[in-house]
Design a protein around this ligand. Structure first.
Ligand SMILES: O=P(O)(O)O[C@H]1O[C@H](CO)[C@@H](O)[C@H]1O
Ligand SMILES: Nc1nc2[nH]cnc2c(=O)[nH]1
Length: 329
């Protein structure tokens, strides 16, 4: 306020101020009236948890069972880095996502969106190749749909494979990290696939996520990593889930390290929540594709070798885990 300009206390000035205040009052009243009369917005977003009803998902599962004549016990969700794992599926029946009634197809994924149903090491599996990511513009409820569909196909064990950057300096490029817990920044920001009305046929309203990663599957992973001589490259860790698509900043990396994260990625956790909600036993395997911000990126050739070894380890772990469970070993 300019203190040099003083209002005189003559009638003319008082009158002017009174008029201005009156005009302002009328304006406020008019605006309030307009707001009160305004029509409600007609775009009401469907909550994530209600995007696909139980009946929708049941129809999808029935379609898969009828087409394949198989009842899978193991569900696999593949990272694009280990898409080749689908080649392990013996006598596969291959379905395009577009074949499945009401199944959403990410525009960006095109033809690389397939389900493989068949056998791996004697176990019947259903493997999703072509994960939908939130950062591609897919609603988080669509990203997690395969998990509920797997459940209604009869799946008991869900093996989720993703890739991530290292946050801790102890996790390196090419390591395979068996996830023992997570920090879900996406949920903190309201993007949880369970938001909306809860259908108790899928699971309970407020599921506990505290033990989402199955102890037995984690123990088997450690055991197998020793058997295949990869125990120095198979680690356990905490995954922090962010929305992406931009990678995190150095300051964010320092923050995530401080709060206990080991690796960071943009997938898996919504799938784990839905899996836990509907009672699946979950194993999360993460291939480290980038080092932590304060660790040097390996030279080109070394990087390629480390990544190749990590992919091989991932594939070997998955097939041996299926074998062990299938044969009660
Ligand atoms: O987890 P997958 O599907 O491998 O994808 C990973 O790769 C993407 C970044 O390049 C992120 O989405 C990250 O989560
Ligand atoms: N740094 C980093 N590397 C990744 N590799 C795959 N996903 C990610 C991520 O979110 N952050």
């Amino acid at each position: 306020m300019n203190r040099n300009i003083k209002m005189c206390n003559r009638d003319c000035c008082e009158l002017k101020t009174a008029l201005q205040i009156r005009r302002m009052k009328l304006l406020i009243e008019k605006r309030l009236q307009e707001e009160a009369n305004a029509k409600p917005k007609d775009i009401i977003e469907t909550p994530q948890g209600e995007l696909y009803s139980f009946d929708d998902v049941q129809k999808m599962a029935n379609f898969i069972i009828n087409r394949t004549e198989k009842k899978p016990k193991f569900g696999l969700i593949l990272s694009s880095h280990v898409n080749m794992l689908a080649d392990l599926v013996e006598s596969p029946v291959v379905l395009q996502y577009t074949d499945i009634p009401k199944f959403p197809v990410s525009q960006l994924r095109g033809n690389n969106s397939k389900l493989f149903v068949g056998q791996i090491m004697g176990g019947t599996v259903i493997a999703a190749q072509g994960r939908m990511h939130f950062y591609e513009g897919n609603p988080v409820g669509s990203c997690t749909l395969p998990v509920r569909m797997f459940k209604l196909c009869g799946v008991e064990y869900l093996i989720i494979i993703c890739s991530a950057g290292a946050v801790s300096a102890e996790h390196n490029v090419g390591d395979v990290v068996a996830i023992k817990d997570h920090i879900n920044i996406m949920s903190w920001c309201g993007s949880c696939p369970l938001v909306g009305l809860n259908d108790a046929r899928f699971g309970q309203r407020n599921p506990s996520i505290i033990d989402a990663y199955d102890e037995m599957l984690l123990a088997k992973t450690t055991e197998i990593s020793r058997e295949i001589g990869q125990d120095n490259r198979v680690k356990t860790g905490v995954y922090v889930c962010v929305g992406g698509p931009a990678y995190e900043t150095a300051a964010e990396q320092r923050f995530f390290r401080k709060i206990g994260a080991d690796v960071i990625g943009m997938s898996m956790v919504p799938e784990v929540i839905i899996a836990k909600h509907c009672g699946l036993k979950v194993l999360g395997l993460t291939l480290v594709t980038l080092p932590a911000h304060d660790v040097a990126v390996p030279a080109h050739n070394e990087y390629a070798t480390l990544l190749m070894q990590g992919k091989k380890t991932c594939i070997e772990l998955v097939s041996r885990i299926i074998y062990k469970i299938q044969n009660n070993l």
